[in-house]
Design a protein around this ligand. Structure first.
Ligand SMILES: CC1=C(CCC(=O)O)c2cc3nc(cc4[nH]c(cc5[nH]c(cc1n2)c(C)c5CCC(=O)O)c(CCC(=O)O)c4C)C(CCC(=O)O)=C3C
Ligand SMILES: [Fe+2]
Length: 356
């Protein structure tokens, strides 16, 4: 470790997933995402097609740049002098290049804000792996990278989702609003990955438990006492079990129950990236139309002014060592240094089919 106090941070790295920005980027991006992950080629071709529907451009990088611009203003407004950098796991700007640039700029001890709020391999540990890979690529003079904690139940996140749920309800016809079913959705993961999510001592399933806790909190804050939680965007081979039910299958059940409308809240996502604009706004919306039920999709919190405020609060919390601002009851982990796991065997990666 450097000789600086752990609270002396000199930069903030926003670390995200990355997405293609032109048609030629799509296949190399998908190869980066799925390298060694056992995703069948048919699924890859289908996902490439989804990106092509949007001209080969994922919304994710532009949305992250917008979050960063508002975050810079937020930090400046609070008198916090912390340059903000942007790096991704799977597409440019690649985190390895960003961390090299941070080193060149003289950064020694940076905070990292991951754009995933969750525990689990995909939502937390894989970002630690990104940090380790980037530091290894840069070498001995790489800055220290201290990742901020999980924030799935931060009061500002919950408030942003709750207000967005109420706004989505207003989009429905007046005569169906009161009977609309509220359905939360998050990215599915293999059951084996969810079983390994979190420190073994906490009993596993940290990802699905946090998603359930977040759904409960957002529903409560929106004044709704009955809701469902479903999953979306599964991708592994069919014989591998993932979290279910899938959102599209679940819409059948909603229609059968007699509900005239559905409010779909992408609680598992910070921004309207491809899985939201394709799997929800295209596939699920079409499915609801076929079933004759009205459909409203809840806005993600990334564009809400409270989102950069939350990041600023997370930074201040880490600097002062204050207790976490939170509403939920599941374990909160993820605050790690230089990519070390949160605990021994925390979110241990699962061996994938097709990979030895
Ligand atoms: C939990 C979770 C989050 C939320 C946490 C977080 O935000 O990090 C998330 C986010 C995202 N996932 C994204 C895109 C993709 N995810 C894939 C594949 C997978 N995701 C998984 C899980 C998650 N994914 C898993 C278990 C796989 C199977 C392969 C593997 O185990 O790695 C694939 C491959 C094709 C396919 O199989 O669909 C793509 C293209 C994008 C960017 C979208 C854009 O471009 O706008 C984002 C933000
Ligand atoms: Fe994903």
């Amino acid at each position: 470790m450097s000789g600086q106090r752990a609270t002396d941070f000199d930069a903030l790295l926003v670390l995200s997933f990355g997405g293609p920005e032109k048609p030629e980027d799509v296949m190399p991006f998908l190869e980066n995402v799925t390298r060694g992950r056992g995703v069948p080629p048919e699924r890859l071709a289908a996902v490439a097609e989804h990106y092509m529907h949007f001209g080969g451009v994922s919304p994710i990088n532009a949305l992250n740049r917008d979050i960063i611009a508002r975050l810079e203003a937020e930090l400046r407004g609070a008198g916090i002098d912390l340059p903000v950098y942007f790096g991704n796991r799977n597409w440019h700007p690649m985190v390895e290049d960003t961390v090299a640039r941070m080193r060149d700029d003289g950064v020694r001890n940076a905070l990292v804000f991951p754009t995933s709020a969750w525990g689990g391999y995909s939502g937390c540990r894989q970002y630690d792996e990104d940090i380790t890979r980037a530091r290894d690529a840069v070498g001995a003079d790489a800055p220290t990278l201290a990742k901020l904690r999980q924030y799935y139940d931060h009061p500002l996140m919950v408030a942003a989702f709750a207000d967005a749920i109420s706004a989505a309800r207003e989009e429905l016809s007046e005569d169906v609003r009161d009977r609309a079913r509220l359905v939360f959705t998050a990215h599915s993961v293999p059951l084996a990955a969810d079983a390994n999510a979190g420190p073994p001592a906490e009993g596993g399933n940290l990802y699905s438990r946090q998603v359930a806790d977040a759904s409960r909190l957002c529903a409560e804050a929106a004044g709704v006492d009955d809701f469902d939680l479903v999953w979306q965007s599964r991708s592994g081979p069919p014989q591998v079990p993932w979290l279910e039910p899938d959102i599209c299958d679940h819409l059948d059940a909603v229609a059968e129950s007699g509900a005239p409308a559905v409010i779909v809240c992408p609680v598992g996502f910070v921004s309207d990236h491809l899985e939201v604009v394709w799997d929800l706004d295209t596939e699920s919306r079409d499915k609801a139309a076929e079933l004759g039920i009205e459909f409203a999709r809840v806005a993600t919190p990334g564009t809400d002014p409270r989102f950069p405020q939350m990041i600023r609060e997370l930074v201040e919390e880490r600097r002062t060592g204050a207790a976490p601002a939170r509403l939920g009851r599941e374990p909160l982990l993820g605050a790690t240094v230089d990519g070390s796991p949160c605990a021994v065997n925390c979110c241990a990666p699962v061996r994938r089919p097709g990979k030895n």
